[in-house]
Each structure stands twice: as structure tokens, then as C-alpha cells.
Design a protein around this ligand. Structure first.
Ligand code: PLP
Length: 449
């Protein structure tokens, strides 16, 4: 029976939906107050890496809170911020060794964009200000980050409020924007950056931003090998910074420290990551190349930016405990290893007529649904297929992260899956069996309509 929307004073994301009350978390499970036990198959929104309810983290939280929870970044540093920056630098590619801490992903993306701009001004290139991004991408919901995001559905109400920025085509092999097969292409999607740069005028472009593996807007789009090498080469040739938005892919999610590590490409800045605090506190970071830091240090001497919760001592202590736990239990390798089993198991869902593509890396996977497997025609968005599937899976106590608009900004349905790295093979098999059952039921129901 459909429940009425929650009657309390909270302004929820969906005003017509009933949200159960979460009560506690343990490992891969979230329990609600009705004693339902959900597998957190998407780690919320690709947030939870080390699992729920880890005692070491709550102990670190209390230890830090007993000393000091807050001191403002304009007055103090803290030992936890110093330690976390050093831990993060050790996980990052060589050369990226300065860390700016924040409390949200969109805030971190905009920080990277502003930093790129100030760097260009301070190195004597004040004409460089544009940031190029890609369609079928997500960089956040604040107006600056939304301008870069390539998702028509999320942007359209706000278009009059956002600045127009150039977007290139996505690296979307299943729906190649050039109609090519991956075996036969020459990375035309990467070359689109060069084309767009030339149209825009390379002298006006400050940076290019991309998710190494696209998350929310298409469901784990993995580019062809060579793509990011080509992107790096173009950024170098035309003198722009390459910002890797690793908000979802960073800190082990794809089986490496960072998503770009799969291709051994080093960006100029990394925006990271939900997994940095694994959901225990709002905490993000921008990890920056030394040269960018030094240019500003030797120039004006200060980044004209700042937020109330920059380098918050409590959040940074939690981040330290999460990274220590990740390393102690070798969870990045576990994400890679369990990821192989995960993707193999998910491939079995290909037997369903409505499953068009299953893809991913590590414990970061996507299932794309189509009306017609041959033509790859998406479902009518009015059907809200991704929501139907996610809601049914939720009823069966499996949490997933649904999305739409991957095919053309409006059409397209997918599920993003990103369980905690501690998941076992048995729990993965349970996830896949719930998905299988859900897809059977929903396929039948939509065909009866
Ligand atoms: C790649 C990417 N960048 C930025 C963001 C924005 O992060 P936040 O929701 O914390 O603002 C997200 C959120 O899902 C994301 O996936």
C-alpha cells in the first residue's frame, strides 16, 4: 500500500514520497525504525566506502570533539587538518601536494574552478577564464557547478540563472556520439575538446573538467583506454588546466586510489571525494599541483576564497580515521577484487530484454535500461522507469541510485551501484538476485500497460 508523504516540517527532496526513518547502520546495512534491513547497494550516492557503524571512526570523532570541534580557518590550523592533508597527498599522484578542505562536492568543484582562474590571472594570463566540461556529466547543483554539469533535466529550470559555458561530447561508448564502435574509433570524443577549444579560442580557456568515470548522469561510463591520455595531451598543448572531478570515483571507489589512476594520467587538480569521510561527516578536498600553489604564493599570496567550514578540525579528524581504516584493511585492493565479482555477477542481468548495457570499474557500476536492445531506443521518460526499478528494489530492501537523461539529457534510464568496499561475495549475489527479481517484475508490469 502506498504511504502518504512524511507530514513533518522537513523539506524533503521529493514532496510526494514517503521516506522511512533510518535508525542505524552496520557494515553494508541500513536499518529503519520499522526494523527493515536494507543493503546499501549504492553507498547512498557513492559515499560510503568503509561501511556503516565503524567504531574506530566514532571513537576518533569523540576524541577530537572532546578537544575541539571548530576553529576558524582564518585563525588557526589544526593537527587533524595537517595530518589529513599529508595522508591525502600520499594517496595522490606525484606532484599534487597541497590540499584545500571543504564541506561539499559542489563547493569543492567551484573552488577548483576559482583556483584555476586565479592561477591564470596570477601567471599573467588574465584572458583565460572559460571552463570546458562535457555533456552527460555532473559536477554539482550550486549554480556555478550546475553550469558545468551536462544534464539537461537538472539544468533547464535554472538556465536563466547560470552562465553559459562550453560543453563537449561525452566519452559514451554505448551511445557513441559519432556512431562508431570502440574498436574502430580514433577517440573522436577526446578530439572534440580540441575542436571546441579552437572555436572558443584557446587563449580564453582556463581549464577542462571531467569525471574520470561518469557517475550520476549515466551510470558508470568508463571511457576507452587512451581517452584521458589524449585529453591530457590537448590540455598541455593549449595551456589549460585539467581538473579531475573525483567526487564519486576518488578514494578507492573504482579499485584504485583515484579513477584517473587507471590510465596513469595526472591531472592538475583533483576534486575529492565522498569517500574521504565515507559519509561520517561532510568533507571534501581539492588536491592541487605544487606549481599552482606556488604561483599564487609568489603572486598575491592569498587565494581569494574561503568557507566557514574549511579544514574543520572535527571533519578532518574523521577523514584521518577513515583513511587509516581504509589502509589498515587494504580496502582499495578489496574494492578492485570484489569489483571483479560484482561486474561478473551484474553481467548476468544482460539476459533481460530491457537491460541494454552493464558497465563499471571496481565497486562502481551502472546498468542502462532500453526499450529496444537493437536500436538502443530509451523508454519514454514519462514512464520514469529508473524510479520504478529503484523503488521496487527499495521495497525489497536494496538501496540503489537511479538516474535518467543519460541518452540525450532527458531520455535514458540507469541505476548506479556503489556498495561499501567491505561487501562480501554473498552480499553481492544477494544484491544481484534482488535486482534480477525486480527487473522481471517491472518488465512484466510495463508490458501489461
Ligand atoms: C562527480 C560529482 N561532482 C560533484 C558532485 C556534487 O557534490 P555535492 O552533492 O556534495 O554538492 C557530485 C554529487 O553527486 C558528483 O557526483
Amino acid at each position: 500500500m502506498k504511504k502518504e508523504p512524511n507530514p513533518d516540517h522537513v523539506f524533503y527532496r521529493n514532496l510526494r514520497k514517503f521516506f522511512p526513518t533510518s535508525d542505524r547502520g552496520e557494515g553494508v546495512y541500513i536499518y529503519d525504525t520499522e526494523r527493515k534491513k536494507y543493503i546499501d547497494g549504492s553507498g547512498g550516492a557513492a559515499v560510503v566506502g568503509i561501511g556503516h557503524g565503524v567504531k574506530e571512526i566514532t571513537e576518533a570523532m569523540v576524541r577530537q570533539a572532546n578537544r575541539i570541534s571548530f576553529s576558524h580557518g582564518s585563525h588557526f590550523t589544526s593537527q587533524s587538518a595537517i595530518d589529513l592533508a599529508s595522508k591525502l597527498v600520499q594517496l595522490s599522484p606525484k606532484g599534487l601536494n597541497r590540499v584545500y578542505f571543504l564541506s561539499g562536492g559542489s563547493e569543492a568543484v567551484e573552488t577548483a574552478v576559482k583556483l584555476a582562474r586565479q592561477y591564470q590571472v596570477e601567471r599573467g594570463k588574465p584572458q583565460k577564464y572559460k571552463v570546458i566540461s562535457r555533456w552527460t556529466s555532473y559536477h554539482g547543483n550550486t549554480l556555478g557547478a550546475l553550469a558545468l554539469s551536462g544534464h539537461t533535466g537538472r539544468r533547464r529550470h535554472y538556465l536563466p540563472l547560470i552562465q553559459h559555458t562550453p560543453h563537449i561530447v561525452p566519452a559514451y561508448c554505448y551511445r557513441c556520439p559519432f556512431g562508431l564502435e570502440p574498436e574502430k574509433c580514433d577517440l573522436e570524443c577526446a578530439l572534440d575538446l580540441e575542436k571546441t577549444l579552437l572555436y572558443e579560442g584557446p587563449d580564453s580557456v582556463s581549464a577542462f573538467i571531467a569525471e574520470p568515470i561518469v557517475g550520476a548522469t549515466a551510470g558508470a561510463l568508463v571511457p576507452k583506454d587512451g581517452y584521458f591520455e589524449k585529453i591530457r595531451e590537448i590540455c598541455d598543448r593549449y595551456d589549460l588546466l585539467f581538473i579531475a572531478d573525483e567526487v564519486m570515483t576518488g578514494i578507492g571507489r573504482t579499485g584504485k586510489n583515484f579513477g584517473l589512476d587507471h590510465w596513469k594520467v595526472v591531472p592538475d587538480m583533483i576534486v575529492a571525494a565522498k569517500g574521504l569521510s565515507s559519509g561520517y561527516t561532510p568533507l571534501f578536498a581539492v588536491v592541487v599541483k605544487e606549481e599552482i600553489f606556488q604561483t599564487i604564493k609568489e603572486g598575491s599570496g592569498a587565494f581569494v576564497h574561503g568557507h566557514t567550514y574549511n579544514q574543520n578540525p572535527l571533519s578532518c579528524a574523521i577523514g584521518c580515521a577513515v583513511i587509516d581504516y581504509l589502509i589498515k584493511h587494504d580496502l582499495v585492493s578489496r574494492s578492485a577484487k570484489m569489483g571483479e565479482h560484482f561486474l561478473r555477477s551484474l553481467q548476468s542481468l544482460n539476459r533481460h530484454e530491457i537491460v541494454g548495457d552493464v558497465r563499471g570499474k571496481g565497486l562502481f557500476a551502472g546498468i542502462e535500461f532500453v526499450k529496444d536492445r537493437k536500436t538502443k531506443e530509451p523508454f519514454d521518460p514519462k514512464l520514469k522507469l529508473n524510479g520504478l526499478i529503484a523503488n521496487r528494489a527499495f521495497e525489497k530492501e536494496l538501496i540503489t541510485y537511479p538516474g535518467g537523461g543519460g541518452a540525450d539529457g532527458i531520455k535514458g534510464d540507469h541505476l548506479l551501484l556503489a556498495p561499501p568496499f567491505i561487501i562480501t561475495e554473498e552480499q553481492i549475489d544477494k544484491m544481484v538476485s534482488i535486482l534480477d527479481e525486480t527487473i522481471v517484475e517491472i518488465s512484466k508490469e510495463i508490458h501489461q500497460k
